[in-house]
Design a protein around this ligand. Structure first.
Ligand SMILES: [Cu+2]
Length: 224
């Protein structure tokens, strides 16, 4: 109950709990699953604490007392955390796997290169030779591979409503598979402290319908 007022903040533009893409949806599902599981554990622990306080200890021999203690250590201290971790991994590992830039059943994903700088993102469309700063334009409903690089220090590329965050490492390229299910403007931010202006290192992802994207592409390519 205590959490309900806090969840009101989850509609914000940076909220991972209002996902608009498949991999963000998986992360949100995992979050809700973990929230439910840990809420259940917390309620059970509080209930046991209340029962333990009210219970009449009765007359137990020291041997019996030790047996009860051992049972609780094995059950609550070993079996319960182990079972919780196994359940989370059983859902978490397949979810993480599906977020990888795996080969598609048909066709190739659109590739966009994004390079982190202190303190902006330069965006390059290799197929169309389009260059942008702090904004990406993508077609909605199709997978995009964002190739992430850095020109100086470590940054991280994160559009919370579309996908997980991935580091941008100097001398190395990481690929993030990203998809917006609906047209809209989605906010992104550098998610790795990279210097004094890190807090201002923001960008926007504009997701267009197929028609609008084609129009944007021909207009922007002509301007360049
Ligand atoms: Cu940063």
């Amino acid at each position: 109950m205590l959490f309900i007022p806090l969840l009101g903040g989850c509609e914000a533009p940076y909220s991972t709990l209002s996902p608009v893409g498949p991999s963000a949806q998986m992360a949100a599902n995992l979050w809700w699953g973990m929230f439910a599981l840990f809420s259940l554990v917390m309620v059970a622990v509080i209930a046991l604490w209340v029962i333990a306080h009210r219970r009449d200890p009765g007359r137990q021999s020291p041997d019996q007392q030790q047996q009860v203690q051992q049972r609780w250590i094995i059950g609550g201290g070993l079996m319960l955390p182990l079972a919780s971790i196994i359940v989370i991994l059983a859902f978490g590992i397949p979810a993480g796997h599906r977020m990888l830039p795996l080969p598609l059943d048909d066709g190739e994903p659109l590739v966009i290169e994004v390079t982190g700088h202190q303190w902006f993102f330069s965006v390059h469309y290799p197929e169309h030779d389009i260059n942008l700063v702090d904004e990406l334009h993508i077609p909605a409903g199709v997978p995009i591979d964002v190739r992430l690089k850095s020109a100086d220090v470590i940054h991280a590329f994160w559009v919370p409503r579309l996908a997980g965050k991935v580091d941008m490492i100097p001398g190395h390229t990481n690929t993030l598979r990203l998809q917006a299910d609906a047209p809209g403007v989605y906010r992104g931010h550098c998610a790795e402290f990279c210097g004094t202006r890190h807090a201002h290192m923001q960008f926007h992802v504009h997701a267009h319908s197929a028609q609008d994207y084609a129009a944007w592409l021909s207009e922007t390519a002509a301007d360049d």
